[in-house]
Write a new protein. Structure first.
Length: 222
């Protein structure tokens, strides 16, 4: 017989876990989009070396498991921080996971951004050059605003996937929503009930966000 009576008293702790999850998600998406945009521009560059390095980065991170990346950066980020600053202060699991997610998701965001940039008609780019604009001005004022409008549903869809993937931080002991639910369930002796509740929360949030993406796709298609 399932007993969900202990979930309500545990809601404050679960809410703290959800706040951490959403904070990690928001910062990872922001950093991933910025880095992904730079990678996309690098891949579209006419410089073979720059384009090749960006392509290698994207293919490399898309070919390895995210859990492995999280474990790597949990061990490597503190060493890099100490080497750069000379400080032995602990970096923390959150910062390590944030760096891992930004670096990993940038590879996926870059492909979305690259496709969005390539969807803009060449005539608009040539028109910008004809008006005397520089490359950076054409990208900033003409191409990227239109590309991001087209890319918004895909960026949100990838963000939903990232929201689900944040649960992998359990590997380094970060107390996100899922880990908080698992921990509380073990403490009160109701692990299955708490995991079922956590799964329902992930389902509701992901399904709601997916419906929003579908509405945006229809709106932008019009």
């Amino acid at each position: 017989m399932m007993d969900f009576s202990q979930i309500v008293p545990a809601l404050p702790a679960l809410a703290d876990g959800m706040v951490l999850t959403l904070k990690l998600l928001a910062m990872s998406v922001a950093g991933g989009v910025v880095l992904g945009t730079l990678l996309a521009l690098a891949r579209l560059s006419s410089l073979p070396l720059l384009s090749g390095l960006a392509k290698f980065y994207v293919n490399y991170f898309r070919s390895i498991p995210l859990l492995l990346v999280i474990s790597w950066f949990y061990l490597v980020v503190p060493l890099i921080y100490t080497w750069l600053t000379g400080s032995f202060e602990p970096v923390g699991a959150f910062t390590s996971c944030l760096v891992a997610f930004v670096m990993f998701e940038a590879a996926y965001f870059s492909e979305i951004v690259r496709a969005g940039i390539q969807s803009i008609p060449k005539g608009q780019v040539n028109a910008g050059y004809a008006l005397g604009m520089r490359y950076d001005q054409v990208m900033r004022l003409i191409v990227l605003p239109q590309a991001f409008r087209k890319m918004t549903p895909l960026l949100l869809q990838q963000s939903i996937i990232l929201f689900q993937d944040t649960s992998l931080v359990y590997a380094v002991g970060l107390l996100d929503f899922l880990n908080a639910a698992r921990s509380k369930g073990d403490i009160v002796g109701l692990p299955h009930e708490f995991l079922i509740f956590a799964g329902a929360v992930y389902f509701v949030i992901s399904m709601g966000a997916t419906q929003l993406v579908k509405r945006l796709q229809k709106r932008f298609a019009v």
